[in-house]
Design a protein around this ligand. Structure first.
Ligand code: FAD
Length: 382
């Protein structure tokens, strides 16, 4: 029998408190994903939280799923990032995969027996995703893939790679297709492992394709329509990253408030100083408004309505709030906040990704600004 949402969230909290939080600092120092926790993560149902029970998922709604992701990010942003990218790939497979693809991959992905990656970025093409140059050309009953991808979250850890290739050089975003590439496919190898500033408990690598053959059934959706599929994955991904920002920010506020209560300066706890109270107030306002934005965007997703604008708003808001909260948390810790033995410097580094990943804030502002302009455009009269 499927567990209730409350039981699943309690399981996530227990896993986070007992298994993940105690080693989060070491993972950051070592810059590694905790493969030793994969069994516990599977048991907590983390790989399939949001997906239908009949497919093998946990059946949580989007609001509860993003609460769980925030809870994980509160302990270890990199582990949350690992799941967040896995979810983006699963979202696309569930929506656009053929029955055969779903039958082959879905159950294992939702159980966490397999982990997924989702990669568009290249060295010269990140925000401008249509400028990718890795290419796929038809060959008999399949495709030959060539090119190099950058910044693949879960590179080397994943078993299934959802990857974007150009199938029509001249057609920009209308000439991109998505393919499933399985780990170990001939001609496919893992490139450089990146040394990162934050989210260091996730792995980020390059992907190298040298005449890599994939069968025709590995094409996702229609030829040349991969950009649309990728945007679908990114829409959910923006909400995922917003919930990560919420978790990181909450961890920073909690640490700073606890510290400010204990730390004595001028004969009183820091919390007696108005300047510190003001920082805590600003942090709390930013945190709670972020929670509202994340929850309302997740609820909109649950309603089945278009939430692509709101997810960009949520990510822009969260990035700003998480950076402000983490910056102030370091300030409240003073010099101790600058030192690695206290967690707030890690939160500040982790939060920096919120402004960059799954669409830089400046790019999302272009999207939101355009939508606002259209909303208030003067309608022609008569
Ligand atoms: C830790 C990490 C994990 C990642 N994981 C993945 C992954 O799993 N899969 C994947 O495909 N990618 C991944 N990425 C890549 C990420 O999506 C890109 O870094 C991001 O989209 C920005 O692209 P870029 O780095 O090429 O920056 P660029 O596109 O070069 O942009 C640099 C800066 O220029 C500005 N800018 C760019 N375009 C505009 C514009 N139109 N308007 C205004 N300003 C603009 C922004 O300030 C931007 O930050 C990851 C990145 C990181 C850091």
């Amino acid at each position: 029998m499927a567990q209730t949402a409350e039981a699943m969230l309690a399981g996530v909290k227990l896993f986070t408190a007992q298994k993940l939080k105690p080693i989060a600092r070491d993972l950051d120092v070592q810059g590694r994903f905790p493969e030793e926790l994969l069994g516990d993560m599977r048991e907590a149902g983390l790989f399939g939280l949001y997906y239908p029970v009949e497919c093998g998922g946990g059946g949580l709604d989007s609001v509860a799923t993003h609460q769980a992701l925030a809870e994980l990010a509160k302990a270890s942003a990199g582990v949350a990032l690992t799941l967040h990218v896995h979810y983006m790939a699963v979202d696309v497979l569930l929506k656009f995969g053929t029955d055969g693809q779903k039958q082959k991959y879905l159950a294992k992905l939702l159980a966490g027996q397999h982990i997924a990656a989702f990669t568009i970025s290249e060295g010269h093409a990140g925000s401008d995703a249509a400028a990718i140059s890795a290419s796929a050309r038809p060959d008999g009953d399949g495709w030959i893939l060539n090119g190099t991808k950058y910044f693949c979250t879960n590179g080397g850890l994943a078993d299934l790679y959802m990857v974007a290739f150009k199938t029509n050089e001249q057609a920009g975003s209308k000439g991109i297709s998505l393919f499933i590439v399985e780990k170990g496919a001939p001609g496919f190898s893992i490139g450089r492992c990146e040394e990162k500033m934050g989210c260091r408990s996730s792995v980020t690598t390059g992907l190298v394709f040298e005449n890599c053959f994939v069968p025709g059934e590995n094409l996702l959706g229609a030829v040349d329509e991969g950009f649309k599929l990728a945007m679908y994955g990114l829409t959910g991904g923006r909400l995922g990253m917003a919930s990560m920002g919420l978790g990181i920010a909450e961890a920073a506020l909690e640490s700073a408030a606890e510290y400010a209560n204990k730390r004595v300066a001028f004969g009183k706890p820091l919390t007696a100083l108005f300047a510190v109270q003001e920082m805590l107030a600003d942090m709390y306002v930013a945190l709670e408004s972020t929670r509202l934005v994340v929850n309302s965007t997740a609820a909109l997703r649950d309603s089945g309505r278009d939430y692509s604008l709101e997810t960009s708003v949520a990510k822009i808001h969260t990035a700003r709030a998480a950076e402000e909260i983490c910056y102030k948390a370091v300030q409240i810790f003073g010099g101790h906040g600058y030192m690695k033995q206290n967690p707030v410097e890690r939160y500040a580094r982790d939060a920096r990704l919120m402004d960059i990943g799954v669409g830089a804030s400046e790019v999302l502002k272009m999207v939101v600004g355009g939508a606002v302009a259209r909303k208030y455009a003067t309608k022609p009269t008569g």
